[in-house]
Design a protein around this ligand. Structure first.
Ligand code: NIG
Ligand code: FE
Length: 408
């Protein structure tokens, strides 16, 4: 197993094109920049000429490469077993995602594989996906449960998510998504299943396994009343909420998660103007998931003009999952966000850094600024728009998390 590359957590890069994203707009570009960090924290990010003497010393010459904050993938389901390539083929023959789910495939078919896998086997299958995301610049990953759908299965997934963070030396935020789909043993009894979910949540939280709570509010998921029960349990525990909202239909999920002061409403293709207004008032981030949009060949665009008009921050994430978005690069998600949603490359980069961090409630990362975590990426590109321009390939020259070089 490849251990993280543990260099010192302190260092200095010069002759860099810094893409600081500091401030509310613009790339925050600094040509001929210097980046200095100590003990995992950025101490200086600015013009080389302004580098304080006490931070100068042995420097790595970045040769003019762009340095961005480490990418933050704020929505993934990357812990799973098996795959659903067969469903991909069925959909290409004309079957619909909802149709496959109603016939006992979809999420529930992944549940069977996850329940059958040991914790170690689940880790072994999931780690390569996390490594692929890291290799293309992600230094913080959110990872959801939701393919166990019983206490032991959900616990196993969350434990694996924590182990991935430890193994790779990166920040992992876990999200409990017990209310993802109805497991077969609860067929016809969704309310009874929600009783079980709200019983498991405090127990999993007591084990330190839960950082946030999510649900799939949809006609093939759970309704508003059921989602509300999950959110009330989260609120009683002081846990932040987020929601798979309005992906396939307008179920008024965005307004519900905003009512709970939620971190984010995710997917949001069918969110109404009222839903956007509620998000704006609550400070809820819109998490755009162009991978699922692309793979499902969706046509309904999220209300992008409304998000912009009301200053709703937009994040971009992979939604890495075996059904709707087998996507192993956040940079590729940025590319898809530009192509399908016409985000500007700057919006896409903000979406995968500062706004992704905000969607996780993290204020110590997402920009290059003194005092932030030393999570950053050196890219073999000359201008930041290239990050959204190239399809595929390997652009990362080096990835640093907490000041340590974790990929080279
Ligand atoms: O974000 N929409 C629900 N959940 C996932 C899909 C999960 C799956 O199909 O396995 C999503 O698209
Ligand atoms: Fe998702």
């Amino acid at each position: 197993m490849n251990a993280p590359v543990h260099a010192a957590a302190s260092g200095l890069l010069t002759n860099a094109t810094l893409v600081t994203l500091d401030g509310d707009a613009g790339y925050g570009l600094v040509e001929d920049g210097a980046l200095a960090w100590r003990d995992g924290v950025i101490r200086f990010a600015g013009p080389r000429a302004g580098l304080p003497a006490e931070l100068s010393g042995d420097a790595v010459d970045a040769g003019g490469d762009c340095i961005t904050p480490g990418l933050v993938d704020c929505h993934t389901h990357l812990v799973f077993a098996g795959d659903r390539a067969g469903e991909f083929e069925q959909r290409l023959q004309g079957a619909g995602y909802e149709q496959i789910a109603r016939a006992g495939g979809g999420i529930v078919s992944t549940v069977r594989h996850v329940r059958d896998a040991s914790e170690d086997a689940l880790l072994a299958q999931s780690l390569p996906r996390a490594r692929a995301l890291l290799a293309d610049g992600a230094t913080t990953l959110e990872i959801k449960s939701g393919y166990g759908l019983d206490f032991d299965g959900e616990r196993k997934m969350l434990r694996v998510a924590r182990r991935i963070g430890d193994e790779l030396g990166i920040g992992v935020r876990t999200t409990f998504l017990g209310a993802h789909a109805l497991p077969p043993e609860f067929a016809g009894n969704a309310d009874g299943y929600i009783d079980a979910v709200v019983d498991w949540l405090p127990r999993l939280h007591a084990e330190g396994l839960v950082d946030a709570v999510d649900a799939f509010c949809e006609r093939i998921g759970f309704d508003l009343a059921q989602t509300r029960r999950v959110f009330e349990t989260a609120r009683a525990l002081g846990l932040p909420v987020k929601l798979h909202a309005d992906q396939l239909s307008d179920g008024q999920g965005a307004a519900l998660v905003a009512e709970f002061g939620g971190l984010s409403a995710d997917h949001v293709e069918h969110t109404s103007v009222d839903g956007v207004a509620a998000m704006a008032a609550a400070g809820t981030v819109a998490v755009l998931l162009p991978g699922a949009f692309h793979v499902l060949r969706e046509t309904q665009l999220p209300p992008l003009a409304e998000f912009r008009a009301r200053n709703v921050p937009m994040a971009v994430a992979t939604d890495c999952n075996p059904g709707t978005s087998p996507l192993l690069s956040l940079r590729q998600a940025m590319q898809l966000a530009c192509t399908h949603f016409r985000l500007t490359p700057e919006e896409a980069l903000r979406g995968a850094t500062v706004n992704g961090a905000r969607a996780l409630g993290l204020d110590d990362r997402g920009a290059l600024r003194a005092g932030m975590r030393a999570d950053f990426v050196r890219w073999r590109v000359r201008q930041p728009a290239e990050l959204c321009y190239w399809l595929g390939g390997r652009l990362g020259e080096a990835v640093y998390a907490g000041g340590r070089r974790i990929v080279q």
